[in-house]
Design a protein around this ligand. Structure first.
Ligand code: HEM
Length: 188
């Protein structure tokens, strides 16, 4: 079974791996599911708590699980997000000079692959780039408060345009703000 956990790109912590969601057999969300947050089980039977009747034994293979990546629309959604974000960066007089390459396309691809992997999609980022180690990879750049604010501003615009369900939007935004704060590497 495919791993549902993302890389601990910022070190250990609650944001190292987004929780998978579980659905009942009739596709209704499972409130307080035994597998939510704990990852998939490996036993032949899973114990699910559905809102239509107590605890059920659900034969393996019939329980549908979706990663956050799948829930929000997969690759297309992440590509839209990051493309919109880089449109903002391209016009930003503070951020744009920080990006060493003249063409922002490769940087856009790295960020999209990273986010897809983090949220439970394909592991192409690590196949191509190795362990994320994002703080280390940002060390060559001076990420000060103003850069942090500008980065988040463009990301906010990009998230807004996705028009996600509120719980998805909040989960994504909470992560992005946490990760952006972690990337600041200089006072002031
Ligand atoms: C806080 C403000 C931030 C600034 C100013 C910033 C700036 C940069 C710059 C200048 C690069 C180099 C471009 C490249 O070679 O790809 C970069 C790379 C990257 N950034 Fe950020 N970044 C910020 C926050 C973040 C956050 C919050 C994340 C993740 C959620 C992130 C993920 C990445 C990734 C995945 C790469 C490519 C790493 C690689 O594989 O080389 N950045 N960033």
């Amino acid at each position: 079974m495919r791993s549902l956990t993302g890389p601990p790109h910022l070190g250990a912590g609650p944001f190292a791996s987004p929780p998978p969601a579980a659905l009942c057999r009739d596709d209704r969300p499972v409130a307080g599911s035994a597998v939510a947050g704990g990852g998939p089980t490996t036993s032949g039977l899973r114990r699910g708590i559905c809102d239509h009747g107590g605890v059920n034994e659900i034969p393996r293979g019939t329980l549908q699980e979706q990663t956050f990546y799948e829930q929000v629309g997969g690759e297309e959604t992440f590509r839209r997000l990051v493309h919109r974000f880089y449109q903002g960066v391209a016009e930003d007089t503070l951020l744009r000079p920080m990006y060493p390459e003249e063409d922002l396309g490769p940087a856009e691809e790295r960020l999209v692959l990273f986010l897809m992997q983090y949220w439970g999609g394909p592991r192409t980022y690590s196949d191509q780039r190795g362990h994320p180690r994002l703080r280390m990879r940002h060390a060559p750049f001076t990420v000060h408060r103003a850069a942090h604010d500008a980065w988040l501003r463009h990301m906010r615009d990009a998230v807004d345009e996705l028009d996600l369900a509120p719980e998805h939007e909040q989960q994504l935004w909470k992560y992005l703000t946490y990760a952006a704060a972690s990337m600041v590497n200089t006072p002031g």
